[in-house]
Design a protein around this ligand. Sequence first.
Ligand code: SF4
Length: 428
Amino acid sequence: MAMASLAFAPPKHDKLRALGIMALNGMFDEMDGVAVLRQAVADLLPGDIAIVSSFGADSSVLLHMVAEVDRALPVYFLETGKHFAETLAYVETLKAHLGLSNIRWLRPDPKDIARFDPRGDLWETDPDSCCHIRKTEPLDAELTGYGGWITGRKRYQTSERGVLPHFELTSDDRIKVNPLAYFSDTDVNAYKVAHGLPEHPLFAKGYKSIGCAPCTTIVAEGEDPRAGRWRGLNKKECGIHFDFNGAIAKPVATVEKNLFRDGAFIADPFRAWSEGDDLASVRYTHIPLKLFLENRDAVLGNPHPNGLLVSPGDRIEDAAADLGRFASIAVSFPGFNDGRGYSTARLIAERYRYQGELRAVGDVLMDQVPLMRRCGITAFVVTHAATRKALESGHLTTVNLFYQPVGVTEVPVGTRPFLRRAAEAETV
Ligand code: SF4
């Protein structure tokens, strides 16, 4: 996953900025959507704002307003790979009809798809994770470059959005603009008619809120328009607009990216085990080895992707036959002077030939990383600032001479002079 640069400092709210947003909301309370949009695009964040559109049932309204204000405004469309063919065609229809000149398609990272959703059915077992890799991650990487973004959210859509303002200050000091916040269902339809906007081809068939095909169903007369999204699941948002702590403003861009893998820091799809978690239903969680051994059937019966946490003193041998059932194995390094994790990692990688992600967690410092890599560890959860910097810049110390060789390519030195001479000659 290509990722933008990291912000090491925690987001800081500028009180004046927050007050400014409150004042703006007061000033624009009575204003129409175009006025709100014009204020955002022309005055508040000129050249520093973009719009994200689903090209769904109501998207034409906001996109028409965008065309009124600036046809070259960047319009991002998340091509999740799961859309109806009609939606993809509708992107082209609206583009031509409104003269939008800057529509940008964002696609999920093929490596994420290969790793987390190789069969394309993650939406069925774990829709949150599916949305995460197909929507949140691609958008997150792109939107870090903007000071704000525009959404088509409306208060009436769900109870969670009932207090939506025109302007929001997000927890990482960006501005989110909701020109349609006060629009009702009737307003939307009236706007479409008044401006002769083409309908999404599925709207007439009863699809009132349109997202990815597997997660969208027809809505009955009188039903909440978004009731057709993720029907039957307690899920109403894709993670782009919804905050982990329940607030509506914080974009996922603020999620810390502590996992170093494939040459970049990324948002970690896994979490640590918490007291009270249910072994049969947790997802993307590293389950402690002891707990797994005591509850093997419940864990193996869990349909979601999970990981295993191996701590010093654990016997990985006891779980050897089941390692392939885990998408990730985390080896704990509780302290710099505790080397047991290296032996564990070697067992997992070399003896048991584990093919999934093998990660180091705990006290991961830069001098250890090359040694961890030698033992088969491919991912690192890193919070130590200097280590993060070294990994990002590729400036890590390397080890060329080995007293305790690993694998089949390293040559032992020190105890046998003829081998040491050979190894030294190789490194010159
Ligand atoms: S809406 Fe459904 S198919 Fe689309 S990304 Fe989310 S879970 Fe996956």
